[in-house]
Design a protein around this ligand. Structure first.
Ligand code: FES
Length: 64
C-alpha cells in the first residue's frame, strides 16, 4: 500500500498511524484510541483538518 501523508501539518504518514494503532492494541474505544494515536504521532494537532480522515483510517486499521 502507498504510504500516504495523512497529516500535512505534522507530517504524519499512514504507516505512523498504523504503528500507533497496533502499539495501543489494548484500547478498543475509537475516541480514546484517537487520543493515544494523537499523543504518539502528534497527528491532528495543527489545523485539525485531518481529524475526520484520521478517524476513518484508525477505524479501518482497528477492524482489519
Ligand atoms: S493536516 Fe493534520 S493538523 Fe493540519
Amino acid at each position: 500500500m502507498e504510504n500516504k501523508l495523512v497529516c500535512n501539518c505534522k507530517k504524519v504518514y499512514m504507516s505512523d498511524i498504523e504503528k500507533a494503532v497496533y502499539a495501543t492494541n489494548n484500547i478498543t474505544d475509537l475516541e480514546k484510541k484517537f487520543e493515544e494515536v494523537q499523543k504518539i504521532t502528534k497527528c491532528s494537532t495543527g489545523c485539525g483538518g485531518c481529524h475526520d480522515k484520521i478517524m476513518d483510517i484508525i477505524a479501518d486499521f482497528m477492524n482489519a
